[in-house]
Design a protein around this ligand. Structure first.
Ligand SMILES: O=C(O)c1ccc[n+]([C@@H]2O[C@H](COP(=O)([O-])O)[C@@H](O)[C@H]2O)c1
Ligand SMILES: Cc1cc2nc[nH]c2cc1C
Length: 355
């Protein structure tokens, strides 16, 4: 609890002064007013987060957190839990979607076990993954809480610990996850925090047939009614209906914010982690960038609660951090615009009528 408290105490809002300076600089650059649109909004955000007009974004790290879910016993996913550990091996071997996308954008991928229901000690001792295992899978939240409050704090602190450990070699964090069943806790989290029925917030996840969606929604509805998570207490929501990798993502967001570093949020599950972080510390939102709009239906509500517009809209629903890795080059573009463009004055371009 000490690490969490210390981290929460050191999160400050983004700098209004640096946002203002970035805005003034942009208005002096040789283009019609705000002509590079949301790329410029991104530049202002990054300046405010990092307190610099020459914000560093070169070193990008997606932290891919894996965990298993007791709720799988309720038939909410067509995939067996064993796919989680199989995919962890695939990530380490470089053969997954995230590995391909990350290679193409110069993004490093690190893998952490937050709660996989399998023995990963070989990969841990070979230094291929971080061992942050809280427990081998959550409990079934249709029958009781997914985890204890202590375990929820442990998962948050594991994410904070990863942020701290990777910070010396990271300018921008990206969130990623792998966990068969994890769209169910994610739908539960957005339902609780938006105080809505889960029905419209439930989607196919990893290809659940349309005919099973009503069952999935009913299981989640029952889990919420049974556990009664308190929407005013993010840790309680995480403990009652969350997941270990979701807690890890929330912790990564808190840790990054405390270090004044941006975190690129991937899709549906990552956004559930971001929502937990924001429920614990609203100022964390200043350090979050929403990479893309997931095609899971509940993601729109998540984006609204986070107060963010996704950068990309490509129909992605893979998870793993793939959308976060894909959006990373936009940060380089934002930096180059702010630092590399000529001003009206330096380039001798008439600014009348455009400012
Ligand atoms: O991030 C997303 O937008 C996303 C949307 C749908 C599915 N996923 C991935 O699919 C898995 C969870 O799906 P499910 O159906 O088993 O709950 C998990 O490993 C996620 O990484 C991810
Ligand atoms: C193969 C596979 C890869 C994934 N990556 C993220 N979730 C996944 C789910 C499955 C089933």
């Amino acid at each position: 609890m000490k690490l969490l408290t210390e981290t929460l105490n050191s999160i400050e809002p983004a700098s209004a002064e640096l946002r203002e300076q970035a805005t003034r600089r942009i208005e002096s650059l040789t283009m019609p007013h705000w002509a590079l649109g949301r790329l410029l909004d991104l530049a202002v955000d990054l300046a405010g987060m990092t307190r610099s007009l020459e914000f560093p974004v070169a070193r990008k790290t997606v932290v891919l957190m894996a965990g298993d879910h007791g709720i799988v016993a309720e038939g909410v996913t067509p995939q067996p839990s064993s796919v989680t550990v199989q995919m962890v091996h695939n990530f380490v071997a470089g053969g997954a979607g995230i590995n391909a996308v990350a290679r193409s954008t110069g993004t490093r991928v690190v893998v952490a076990d937050l709660g996989v229901a399998a023995d990963l000690s070989d990969l841990v001792s070979a230094g291929k993954i971080f061992d942050c295992k809280v427990a081998p899978g959550t409990c079934n939240f249709a029958k009781g809480p997914a985890m204890t409050r202590l375990q929820a704090v442990a998962s948050l602190e594991a994410g904070i610990g990863l942020a701290r450990r990777l910070a010396p070699e990271t300018d921008v964090f990206g969130s990623g996850e792998m966990g068969i069943g994890n769209t169910s806790p994610s739908s539960a989290i957005v339902a609780v925090l938006s105080r809505q029925d889960p029905g419209p917030l439930v989607g196919p996840g990893a290809a659940l047939p349309q005919s099973r969606l009503a069952h999935k929604a009913e299981v989640i509805r029952r889990g919420i009614a049974l556990n009664r998570p308190d929407p005013a207490d993010g840790i309680d929501v995480l403990a009652k209906v969350g997941g270990f990798e979701i807690g890890g993502i929330a912790g990564l967001a808190l840790g990054a914010a405390a270090l004044r570093k941006p975190m690129m949020v991937d899709g549906f599950i990552s956004s559930a982690g971001a929502l937990i972080a924001a429920a614990i510390s609203p100022a964390v939102k200043d350090y979050l960038i929403l990479a893309h709009g997931s095609s899971e239906p509940g993601h729109r509500t998540m984006a609204r609660l986070l107060g963010k517009k996704p950068l990309l809209d490509l129909g992605l629903h893979l998870g793993e951090g793939s959308g976060a890795a894909l959006a990373m080059p936009l940060l380089d573009a934002a930096r180059e615009v702010l630092t590399g463009m000529a001003t009206f004055e330096s380039a001798n371009v008439t600014s009348e009528g455009v400012r």
